[in-house]
Structure formats: structure tokens, C-alpha cells
Design a protein around this ligand. Sequence first.
Ligand code: HEM
Length: 157
Amino acid sequence: MEATNRKSLAGNHVVKQILSSLLISLVLIGCSTSPNQSTNSTLYEELNGHTGLEQLVDAFIEQIAYDEQIFPYFAKANVDRFRDNFITHMCDVSGGPCKYQGDSMIDIHTGMNINEADFNRVVELLINAMEEIGIAYPTQNKLLSRLAPLRPEIINK
Ligand code: HEM
């Protein structure tokens, strides 16, 4: 009985050692933030600037093109104009050196009758696009939280 206890204690000790070295590694990884994640960089920089946004919007447009639920909204849209204006809008929203001067979110989306489910689907497509080009989760979340307040300007208009 005692031997078994000691054995399991010894086992516990090894487990503790492994856990504490794991913890140390995690803390070290957490401390060694890359330049992209430093607190001084803007979200625009984390998204790899203009080139990164171009990549993201191209991946997003491809997602839309293959999505049966969302594509019908864009069937008659001018894709080149959408691409340019969406990039500028994202650049502005993420703190980049652009000023979006296009129509307001309300004006653009009025008459489209976009419901909650379709809005959520578009968010999913944007997440897929971010995944596809390898944007880190914390950066994804930051972009989504900047877009979330626009929801009431787009839904049910
Ligand atoms: C946070 C979410 C959204 C943002 C930030 C956003 C932003 C924009 C921007 C900047 C444009 C460019 C306007 C232009 O072409 O000049 C646009 C166009 C458009 N958006 Fe959205 N949008 C969002 C959600 C949605 C959703 C959920 C749908 C449909 C389900 C949608 C459908 C469209 C369509 C069809 C156009 C093209 C209009 C056209 O060129 O005729 N958008 N959006």
C-alpha cells in the first residue's frame, strides 16, 4: 500500500515537473510576441497592411462566389468597385492610412433586406477567408469586434 502510494507520489512529482516546464514554456512563448502582435502596432499592421487586406478581400470574394446562400445578393454587384471600396473600408476600420468616403453602410445595404442569418453567414465567410490566409485568432477577433457594431446599420434595412 505504502509502496503504491510512493509510486503514485513519484508519478505525481514527474507530472508536476512536466506541467511546470510546460507552464514555463507557455509563459515564455507568451512573452516573446512577434512584432505583429506588439501593443504598439495597429490592427491594420497586424493584418499585413494593404497587401494583406487585398489578399483577405480576394479570399472573401471567392468565398462569396461559391456560397449559394450569399452569392445571390452579389449577382448584379460591380465586383471591382466592391473590392476597392471594401478594401478601403477595412483599411479605415483597422486603423490604416485610408479614409472610406463611399456611401454609408445604411445607404449601401438599404433595400437588400439582409436578415440575421445572412449577416451571420457573411461573418462566417469572412472568418473562412481569414483562416485561409493564415490570420492569427486574436487578430481575427479584433477585426470582427470592429465590424460587429455595424450590424444594426446592415440588418433588416
Ligand atoms: C460588417 C459587415 C459588412 C460590411 C462592413 C459591409 C461593407 C460593404 C462595403 C464597404 C461595400 C462596398 C460598397 C460599394 O460597392 O461601393 C458593400 C457592398 C455590398 N454589400 Fe456589404 N457589408 C457588410 C455586410 C453585408 C452583408 C451581410 C451582405 C449580404 C448578405 C452585404 C451585401 C453587400 C452587397 C450585395 C454589396 C454590393 C452592392 C453593389 O455593388 O451593388 N454586405 N458592403
